[in-house]
Design a binder for this molecule. Structure first.
Ligand SMILES: [Mn+2]
Length: 437
């Protein structure tokens, strides 16, 4: 009997030991965790892998905000699946769900943006995915009314982190298009809430400031009709309505063909007050030159609507879009420029024209769209920290990667070259001449 008890105890001890760690390595032991049963459930099952869960943008919590005014927020993702004013390939109505799916590998526990030095999802604001505005595909006049009303409704709500001294009196909406004409209802709502025109920073291969009559048509005889609204005319309409500041707005990444035999489209665009940065300018100015040009034109105080048409990228990178134009920027260049202008006062943003039916099988275009939204959210969150005086640059810089400046960079290159030469010298200098062997 005694032997039996001792054996049992020994067995139990063995079992206990064998449970200690999968790797039998005490360092990997997790500390004991206390808490309520609810906390225990959350601890066990509360996180997702990239591929699990109901699809929201970056696994953010979802509320159908339009019908739940009691849910407060600071920044929201809002799908606007409207695509019935495109001039070529339709399909951007599926953009929001494609961007959400492509954002799956973004999670709050691995959301640290190393380029910006912060994790937007664990920082100060409440960020929600508010789902889509249910827009009619049958009637563009009605759709425009629906989009304008929805945008205004959500923008008018008091933000959760309301703070007048930090200029945080309205929430920020990052809209997922949809075709580019969704920028018109956004601008109408922003003008109402901010009490005046805003500047537009517009990344696009195309101008989108075209007069509706620039599409030659014998049928164009009634200005102000529903057919005026296209994804190439919405900024013209917005300019006519006085929604866009006409001395501080910028196009970036232009490479569209122009109407007719001359630069008349550019002249029209100039009258609407846009500075034009063409795709090719990156070769002469570099990304930093483009960043400087944008910041000099727009400043850091002017309220800015940041609008990114995914066709600003090269169609080799982002083929899933309505009106592709060869010869565009790379995603790396776009990220660099977006990060460079993070100091702008962004009051609203969109990423549009992702049309997943034309995307590659690796969902490259949707991935680019998801990344653009992530960079936008990062900039808005960071801007909020700066406005609150909570951003200390040195605390957010990875040790060893402080900005070197041009001289520092040259010195670093020189020292690397010297090292390589020294190593090479060792390799190619034989200890004995061939003849001596
Ligand atoms: Mn566009």
């Amino acid at each position: 009997m005694q032997f039996f008890v001792v054996s049992l105890l020994f067995l139990l001890a063995l079992l206990r030991l064998s449970r200690a760690s999968f790797y039998d390595n005490p360092v990997l032991e997790l500390p004991p965790v206390g808490g309520t049963p609810l906390e225990e459930l959350e601890r066990k099952w509360g996180t997702d892998f990239g591929f699990t869960g109901i699809t929201t943008y970056a696994h953010l919590p979802h509320t159908r905000c339009l019908t739940h005014p009691e849910t407060l927020y600071d920044i929201i993702l809002l799908g606007i699946p409207f695509d019935t004013s495109v001039s070529y390939r339709p399909g951007a109505r599926f953009g929001p769900r494609a961007i959400r799916a492509a954002s799956s590998r973004q999670t709050s526990f691995r959301g640290f943006n190393h380029r910006a030095g912060l994790n937007p999802y664990t920082s100060w604001p409440s960020i929600l995915d508010c789902g889509d505005v249910p827009v009619t595909p049958f009637d563009n006049a009605l759709a425009l009314r629906q989009m304008s009303e929805a945008y205004l409704e959500l923008l008018s709500r008091r933000p959760l982190s309301y703070d007048e001294s930090a200029d945080w009196v309205h929430p920020r909406i990052v809209a997922l298009g949809g075709d580019h004409s969704i920028a018109l209802p956004a601008l109408r709502a922003l003008n109402k809430v901010y009490g005046g025109a805003v500047a537009v920073l517009h990344f696009d291969a195309h101008l989108d400031t075209w007069h509706p009559g620039k599409y030659p048509s014998a049928w164009f005889d009634s200005p102000g009709s529903q057919s005026d609204l296209t994804h190439g005319s919405m900024f013209w309409i917005a300019s006519q309505e006085g929604l866009i500041l006409n001395d501080t707005s910028v196009h970036a990444g232009l490479r569209t063909r122009l109407s007719g035999d001359d630069f008349a489209d550019y002249d029209d665009d100039t009258r609407q007050g846009f500075l034009r940065i063409e795709t090719d300018d990156i070769d002469t100015l570099g990304t930093q030159g483009i960043i400087d040009l944008i910041l000099t034109t727009m400043g850091t105080e002017t309220p800015v609507y940041l609008s990114v048409d995914i066709d600003v990228l090269d169609p080799g990178i982002a083929p899933g879009t309505g009106t592709p134009e060869p010869g565009g920027w790379t995603m790396r260049e776009l990220i660099r420029i977006l990060r460079g202008v993070e100091g702008l006062n962004i009051v609203g943003a969109d990423v549009v024209e992702v049309s997943p039916g034309f995307d590659d099988r690796g969902e490259g275009t949707a991935l680019a769209g998801a990344q653009v939204a992530y960079e936008m959210i990062t900039s808005i969150v960071k801007g909020g920290l700066v406005k609150r005086g909570l951003w200390v640059e040195s605390e957010h810089t990875r040790p060893g990667t402080e900005k070197l400046g041009l001289k520092g960079l040259k010195d670093k290159v020189k020292s690397v070259v010297a090292d390589v030469e020294e190593q090479a010298q060792k390799v190619i200098t034989p200890s004995k001449g061939k003849d001596e062997l």
